[in-house]
Design a protein around this ligand. Structure first.
Ligand SMILES: Nc1ncnc2c1ncn2[C@@H]1O[C@H](COP(=O)(O)OP(=O)(O)OP(=O)(O)O)[C@@H](O)[C@H]1O
Ligand SMILES: [Mg+2]
Length: 209
């Protein structure tokens, strides 16, 4: 069974969730995992001397659980994919080995944790300039809500820190300008994924069996 594991990372409010959900609706045999589902509960997230909950750090997430979820999906993608009609094949009995199952994982910290970073077949990264990011973030209500000064004091500095870390590692990432219209971003990423599917179907690329 062939799989394509696509990561959509990037800045807060860059449009990761919007893009991932639209792709899921357009692509066959496609699941999405949301990194936000792996946040630790509030009482387990560290608070600094300013009273800021340090949510924008690896420590705020159950990263190993996320790694396990992705690995489990790679092991048995057909079992979790909802398509119509329902697939007859299971992990023990794959019927159409030409089929490619797609997993999209979206989140803000996908490339700074080695055991996770090695699982991606394709990496995207949405960026925004500071002003636009701050503007979009101010229109949203998070749980818990952002404290005054939280964006400038924690969110943006952590984004810059992790971004410079991945730039130093020079991993193969397609950067996307999050100020572009949603339809343009969707069409670009969709075409890229279709190209990857084509390569996999033609057997030009090593894939998980
Ligand atoms: N290309 C775009 N142009 C303008 N606004 C956008 C674009 N993509 C998403 N948005 C808007 O920006 C906001 C954030 O979008 P979204 O929730 O998809 O981002 P995110 O990266 O998942 O953010 P979060 O940090 O909350 O996970 C939403 O209000 C959404 O409608
Ligand atoms: Mg999101």
């Amino acid at each position: 069974m062939k799989t394509l594991v696509v990561a959509i990372g990037g800045v807060t409010n860059g449009g990761k969730t919007t893009l991932a959900e639209k792709l899921r609706n357009m692509l066959p045999k496609c699941n999405v995992i949301f990194q936000d589902d792996f946040f630790k509960p509030e009482y387990e997230v560290e608070t600094d001397e300013r009273g800021f909950k340090l949510y924008d750090e690896l420590d705020a997430l159950y990263m190993d659980d996320l790694v396990k979820s992705v690995r489990d999906w790679i092991e048995c993608p057909a079992s979790s994919v909802t398509v119509t009609p329902e697939p007859q094949n299971t992990c023990d009995n794959p019927q159409n080995t030409d089929d490619v199952y797609i997993l999209i994982v979206e989140g803000f910290l996908l490339y700074n944790y080695a055991p996770l970073n090695e699982l991606w077949n394709k990496r995207f990264f949405l960026t925004l300039p500071y002003e636009e990011c701050k503007r979009r973030r101010s229109t949203r209500v998070y749980q818990p809500a952002d404290m005054p000064g939280y964006f400038d004091g924690h969110v943006w500095p952590m984004y810059l820190k992790y971004k410079s870390e991945l730039e130093e590692n020079a991993i193969d990432i397609v950067y996307l300008d999050g100020t572009k219209p949603q339809e343009e971003l969707l069409s670009y990423v969709y075409s890229d994924i279709i190209q990857e599917l084509k390569k996999l179907r033609e057997g030009n690329q090593q894939v998980t069996a």
